[in-house]
Design a protein around this ligand. Sequence first.
Ligand code: ADP
Ligand code: PAZ
Length: 357
Amino acid sequence: MPWFGMDIGGTLVKLVYFEPYDILSEESQEAETLSKIQHYLKSNSAYGATGKRDAHLQMDNVEIQGHVGTLHFIRFPTSEMRVFLELAKSKGIATLASTVCATGGGAYKFEEDFKREVNLELHKFDELDSLICGIHYIEANCEEECYYFNNPLNEELCEKKHFDFSNPYPFLVVNIGSGVSILAVYAPGHYKRVTGTSLGGGTFLGLCCLLTGCETFEEAIALAEMGDSTKVDKLVRDIYGGDYPKFNLQGDTVASSFGNMISKDRVGAASKEDLARATLVTITNNIGSIARMCAVNEGIVKVVFVGNFLRVNPISMKLLAYAMDFWSKGTLKALFLEHEGYFGAVGCLMELMKTGC
Ligand SMILES: Nc1ncnc2c1ncn2[C@@H]1O[C@H](COP(=O)(O)OP(=O)(O)O)[C@@H](O)[C@H]1O
Ligand SMILES: CC(C)(COP(=O)(O)O)[C@@H](O)C(=O)NCCC(=O)O
């Protein structure tokens, strides 16, 4: 039985594994090996560094092919892939499975390493097929998966609310990973990749590291939370002295992202926090704008944002929710999923197990 599904992306590896209660009895060799690997992954700083929520992310009482068990979700940097392979070798991961389902660019890039280092065959699946399959599976099996924001930019009134996604088609998926892929999904197994943009989560992190000297995504987000992007961006009111009413552009709309950074005084007045916030807002608004145009072109009103860029990142989620609603005059709905970056990994595991995707 294949236990592991891996999505080896441009920045993060997403690892999902299924721990069936019936087969893995307490004393079995497999249970022991699995628990060693699990303990290592959760406690080793290289693997636990992606935030508190990761350690607790699991789905209990999941049924797969007649077995009931737990799905565990773990992520670690793709740059740690070699360390992971050494761990897999030393903990005997190959005794648990001879085949590991893998997706993402790294399934191709690291295929030879898996074979050579741990004698594992990678059963490769396309990352976008897997993404759709994973969304389908998790939505069907996790009641509280899909949500949206009411009054996203009003701190007092903002509410996170459950969205009933049981009748989802058609919908747009905006997968914000290192880069961004936008897919229109019309029915199970029937989708197309509408477009993509290279200005994604990797761009946010890369620019933030350059501009602020931060070293991690968590640091970049923490800086952004304390910053003010209007110190960096040129607003409509900086140009018009107020609103531009003829075309309904309010004074506080960003006219030019980073547009204030042509003045030495303004550069001197902008803090690391302001620069981080402006980078986050620039990347998020650009993605929101492309997503909105795609939705309009495709005649689709439900837009589902996924990918690890949204991890611990309510600023971007609320901004996307607001932008989709405001610029579409309330016709488009921004939706979010709790397992934001894991769908590719889940999907490739499910595809191999052929559980109705
Ligand atoms: N701990 C983290 N380390 C690095 N990037 C992170 C982390 N958590 C969230 N991110 C964000 O998630 C993006 C990667 O998202 P992901 O969906 O995993 O894409 P990929 O498949 O390309 O790795 C990064 O570019 C960054 O913006
Ligand atoms: C190449 C990718 C599918 C890889 O996926 P990722 O690892 O970023 O999740 C993605 O980065 C992407 O769609 N980039 C945008 C390419 C473009 O259409 O311009």
